[in-house]
Design a protein around this ligand. Structure first.
Ligand code: 6PG
Length: 237
């Protein structure tokens, strides 16, 4: 496990943008699953503004680790955030954008997306392999849309599943644990004081009961990285 810390959320986003540009430079085609929520917004904005070394965006195919079951123009849509902040500004080809269709009936879309992953990505251990998965961390220890009260989604035999936000009840579609742990690289991008307890418990292996889904993310044949700002990292080792 590799831990990278930065003084601020903006610096963290800049550090990751630099890492990402170096990482993709020698690759033909890259399949990456984006995280949602607010944390990746700074990174997406930097990408959209052309920050950092040149990236051959047409070599990169964008998927999502999870999506809210809302239309693509809904402010809650993870796709909309990425589209507005960098996919549209960079004119990323539409054939490189593989969104989860939050506007469709959830169970059917989870099945469709799993089929799209099977068709578009290489497979290992019977599951699709992403070159990189970006993940966030909820203050309850969830990641993607695998919440503590639906932790069985970590072991689902399906590649995608329907989940529900435990507070809002909002339906989500999420990659499941087998796909997340099948990736070549998994990067948690976590910022803010509100996450420091969970980060400490997870990084210090204090989640002995394994109650937090994020504690179970250890890519079998891949690299795990935690990109943390100072506020999120404060209490971890
Ligand atoms: C989502 C995300 C979710 C997010 C965490 C952290 O769709 O909301 O995939 O897993 O990464 O909830 O969210 P923040 O970045 O907003 O703190």
């Amino acid at each position: 496990m590799h831990i990278h810390t930065a003084d601020s959320p903006t610096q963290l986003a800049k550090d990751f943008a630099q890492y990402f540009a170096d990482w993709v430079a020698d690759k033909e085609r890259v399949n990456i699953a984006l995280s949602g929520g607010s944390t990746p917004g700074k990174l997406f904005r930097l990408w959209g503004e052309g920050y950092g070394p040149d990236v051959d965006w047409e070599n990169i195919h964008f998927f999502w680790g999870d999506e809210r079951c809302v239309p693509p123009d809904d402010p809650e849509s993870n796709y909309k955030m990425a589209y507005d902040l960098f996919l549209e500004p960079l004119q990323v080809p539409s054939c490189n954008i593989h969104r989860i269709k939050g506007e469709m009936p959830a169970e059917a879309e989870a099945g469709r997306y799993a089929e799209e992953l099977a068709e578009k990505l290489p497979a290992e251990n019977g599951y699709p392999v992403f070159d990189m998965v970006l993940l966030g961390l909820g203050s309850d220890g969830h990641t993607a849309s695998i919440f503590p009260d639906q932790i069985q989604l970590l072991d689902s035999k399906e590649a995608c599943a329907v989940a529900q936000h435990p507070v809002s009840g909002q339906e989500r579609i999420t990659l499941t644990g087998k796909v997340l742990n099948n990736a070549r690289e998994v990067v948690f991008l976590v910022t803010g004081k509100g996450k420091q307890e969970r980060v400490r418990e997870i990084l210090n292996q204090e989640d002995t009961a394994g109650q937090y889904p994020a504690s179970h993310i250890h890519p079998k044949n891949g690299k795990l990285m935690w990109y943390l700002d100072q506020a999120a990292a404060e209490k971890a080792v």
